[in-house]
Design a binder for this molecule. Structure first.
Ligand SMILES: C[S@@+](CC[C@H](N)C(=O)[O-])C[C@H]1O[C@@H](n2cnc3c(N)ncnc32)[C@H](O)[C@@H]1O
Length: 160
């Protein structure tokens, strides 16, 4: 289960966990301090977002950003279903985050940056929104070789 605790997953709504599409466990990379502000870029249906919201507690906030309305709605319904009032879900793009400068303690993201066309721009946005001393905890896909043109143009390989 990618290092997730089965019990904490079981405590989330099925609508959230059944739509999980991550590549790892960004929450396993480091502690999420109580009272902190966490930003989940490409939060999808909200698995990591809701787990982060539990960790930061009532004094903290978990903010999800996703470009897909259906995913945002799932995350919002999931937060409401388990009574997490410290969750916000915003419409937005990883390359232009709808979040103020220096407002986030921990940026998390799971299986999203590989999908973002301009990764430098996305990295610059992460740097902009982090507070000094903030952290980035990302799970994603990395390839170590240059892909042939044919593979780049084969959409089945993008989604398989
Ligand atoms: C593979 S899913 C991962 C979802 C979630 N992080 C998880 O672990 O289940 C990718 C998500 O990123 C969102 N996404 C892709 N590109 C994005 C972008 N440029 N800006 C914001 N969200 C994006 C998609 O809408 C989708 O919800």
């Amino acid at each position: 289960m990618l290092g997730y605790e089965p019990d904490e997953l079981a405590a989330l709504p099925d609508e959230v966990t059944l739509s999980f599409a991550g590549t790892g466990n960004p929450l396993g990379v480091g502690d999420i301090p109580e009272g902190s502000v966490v930003l989940d870029i490409g939060c999808g249906a909200g698995t990591d977002l809701l787990l982060a919201a539990r960790r930061v507690g009532r004094q903290g906030r978990a903010i999800g950003v996703d470009m897909t309305e259906a995913m945002r709605q799932r995350a919002l319904r999931g937060a409401a279903a388990v009574g997490l009032a410290n969750v916000e879900v915003l419409s937005g793009d990883a390359m232009q985050l709808p979040v103020p400068d220096r407002s986030v303690d921990v940026v998390i993201s799971n299986g999203v940056l590989n999908l973002v066309p301009d990764k430098r721009r996305a990295a610059a946005e992460i740097a902009r929104v982090l507070r000094p001393g903030g952290r980035v905890q990302i799970a994603d896909i990395v390839i170590g070789e240059v892909l042939p043109e044919g593979a780049l143009r084969d959409i089945d390989l993008w989604t398989g």
